[in-house]
Design a protein around this ligand. Structure first.
Ligand code: UDP
Ligand code: MG
Length: 335
């Protein structure tokens, strides 16, 4: 299936570029990031602001970032009241960004800043979303590569056919597209899926994903699985349909098993003297009971997952709570 056709309107560089960087326990990375990104900012053709979100780090990340923000007014800092998760941290950054274009980036320098120049070039061509697509993953284990590969293919099926594979959150988003994203305040967030959903002219730039500059991944397998689960459930009714299909399948098996039992019983009743063996059927009953019971429970379980999410959405709690700000005004109305 080909993508939606758009007519592109070429435009100038953004007057202000916002770079959003969520940080969770990145104390070791921040000094490296600072050196790298300050040098990079000097090469940019436009003004820039850096928006850091400290996502409830347990190490000194907040202090290190605050020291930086004290000396550089381009650095704007939000400190979360606790760890709210990567996707929420990015959302908070997007909420305070003032730029005409926003770039989302990892703190660990896995997303090389120089790629932003290519993203800006595509932005000038008129694209509203320019996502970084990885052509190589250096310094990551085979296991991480395989799980990531499977993750992206599965997500494409579940979330949206336009969801690009091998693209993380490293991307440039225009103000128009950002405004659309801002209007989506769902609690369970999968930003990449949301970006695919809003549409807008989108394109990719290829890049080599470097190894982490320091520290270790904040996305262990457990978090990856939860993330995939959130993405699947908040975008797709497919798990419900699969459970329905499973139900139909077991019901069919049950029907034929019942038919067989009936036929055997009838034969046994009328032709008892033929000596057809007729057992009490304990094993088959047990098997069917487990099969049907299991299928019902799986179905209810998946339904429960959706109900739990509806419950979360209906509570409509704020997505995040900010307990510290520097170079960021306190919003007049709570979001
Ligand atoms: N991160 C965050 N909150 C979390 C987990 C991660 O803000 O709960 C940040 C982290 O500091 C980093 C980015 O999200 O800047 C991506 O995390 P990481 O690099 O560990 O993930 P990976 O690149 O290994 O998938
Ligand atoms: Mg990383």
């Amino acid at each position: 299936m080909s993508k939606t056709l758009h007519i592109l309107n070429p435009r100038a560089n953004p007057a202000l570029l916002s770079i959003v960087i969520p940080c969770y326990n990145e104390e070791e990375v921040v000094p490296l990031l600072r050196r790298e990104i300050e040098a990079f900012a000097a090469t940019l053709p436009c003004a820039v602001e850096f928006i850091f979100i400290n996502d409830g780090s347990r190490d000194r990340t907040l202090v290190v970032l605050d020291d930086w923000a004290k000396t550089d007014p381009r650095v704007r800092l939000l400190g979360f009241a606790r760890n709210f998760g990567h996707q929420t941290a990015v959302t908070a950054g997007l909420d305070v960004a003032q730029g005409d274009a926003v770039v989302i980036m990892d703190a660990d320098l896995q997303d090389p800043p120089k790629v932003v120049h290519e993203m800006l070039a595509r932005f000038r061509e008129g694209y509203d979303v320019v996502y970084g697509q990885r052509e190589e993953r250096a310094g990551e284990t085979t296991f991480k590569k395989i799980t990531a590969w499977a993750f992206y293919r599965l997500m494409k099926k579940l979330v949206h056919p336009d969801l690009p594979v091998d693209a993380g959150d490293f991307r440039l988003v225009s103000r128009e597209c950002l405004n659309a994203l801002q209007s989506m305040r769902e609690t369970h967030r999968f930003l990449r899926g949301m970006v695919a959903w809003v549409g807008f002219p989108q394109t990719a730039v290829l890049y080599k994903r470097d190894a982490r500059a320091a520290g270790e991944t904040k996305y262990p397998l457990r978090k990856m699985l939860t993330f995939a689960w959130t993405a699947a459930l908040s975008f797709s009714p497919l798990p419900l349909r699969v459970s329905l299909l499973l139900g139909i399948l077991t019901a069919l098996i049950g029907f034929f098993a019942g038919l067989y039992a009936l036929v055997v019983a009838i034969i046994h009743f009328f032709f008892a003297d033929l000596g057809i063996p007729y057992s009490s059927g304990w094993a088959s009953i047990m098997t069917l009971l487990c099969l049907v019971g299991g299928a019902i429970l799986v179905g209810i379980g998946i339904l429960g997952e959706y109900v739990a999410r509806i419950y979360d959405e209906i509570k409509a709690r704020p997505l995040y709570l900010v307990s510290y700000r520097r170079n960021v005004e306190t919003p007049s109305a709570p979001r």
